[in-house]
Design a protein around this ligand. Structure first.
Ligand SMILES: NC(=O)c1ccc[n+]([C@@H]2O[C@H](COP(=O)([O-])OP(=O)(O)OC[C@H]3O[C@@H](n4cnc5c(N)ncnc54)[C@H](OP(=O)(O)O)[C@@H]3O)[C@@H](O)[C@H]2O)c1
Length: 170
């Protein structure tokens, strides 16, 4: 595929700081990608040439072109979503699904506290918890209170003003 958008995420920074360790063979960083399929293998059934796709790889998404298996973490971009919007989805959303769904087994009516509710992971966590039907309390700084409310949090705690451990909102 041809890469149209990528991100510099915390994982890339860690890899860059570690020098050669954990880099791909050609030394190209980049985990999140969004782009257009330029060629498909003979056995590929999920994708066609010209499909708009996004996903995540261990390294290499900062290249101009990337090859991934159709079984990899890659899927089509909905028509209403741009490359730039799609590309930053994976790293924030993946931990949300793992922690809330798999480890937390979140259910309607649960009460959940999301510390870092305005961040890359937290913004997905707030929306996902609301989607499931939980009562959500988000913790963030003053400048992001409105954002976290707009994402659906029932209560927001400003960590500059209040210690969530003593908050009556929880
Ligand atoms: N396991 C994984 O796969 C995975 C993947 C990604 C991230 N992570 C981890 O998840 C954590 C969050 O990552 P992220 O990418 O979402 O970070 P981020 O985008 O930098 O967001 C950080 C969040 O923490 C909030 N925050 C900052 N100082 C705080 C304080 N003193 N008290 C309470 N909240 C505070 C920020 O609020 P303001 O912006 O309003 O200040 C923001 O909501 C990190 O520890 C990261 O390493 C894990």
């Amino acid at each position: 595929m041809q890469i149209y958008a990528s991100t510099v995420a915390s994982g890339d920074v860690v890899r860059a700081k570690m020098g050669g360790f954990l880099k791909s063979k050609n030394g190209i960083l980049g985990q999140e990608f969004a782009g257009v399929v330029t060629e498909v293998g003979k056995k590929v059934t999920r994708f066609n040439k010209h499909d708009r796709v996004f996903g995540i790889v261990a390294t290499g998404a900062h290249a101009e072109y990337l090859t991934v298996s159709e079984e990899a973490a890659v899927t089509k971009i909905p028509a209403s979503v741009s490359f730039r919007e799609a590309v930053c989805f994976c790293i924030g959303a993946n931990p949300t699904l793992y922690f809330l769904e798999k480890l937390g087994n979140i259910r309607p009516g649960h009460q959940i506290l999301i510390i870092g509710a305005s961040g890359s992971v937290g913004t997905f966590a707030v929306q996902y918890a609301k989607y499931i039907g939980a009562e959500v309390t988000g913790v963030c700084s003053t400048k992001n209170i409105e954002l976290v409310k707009e994402l659906g949090a029932n209560h927001v705690i400003d960590y500059n003003q209040e210690d969530f451990r003593e908050s009556k909102k929880i």
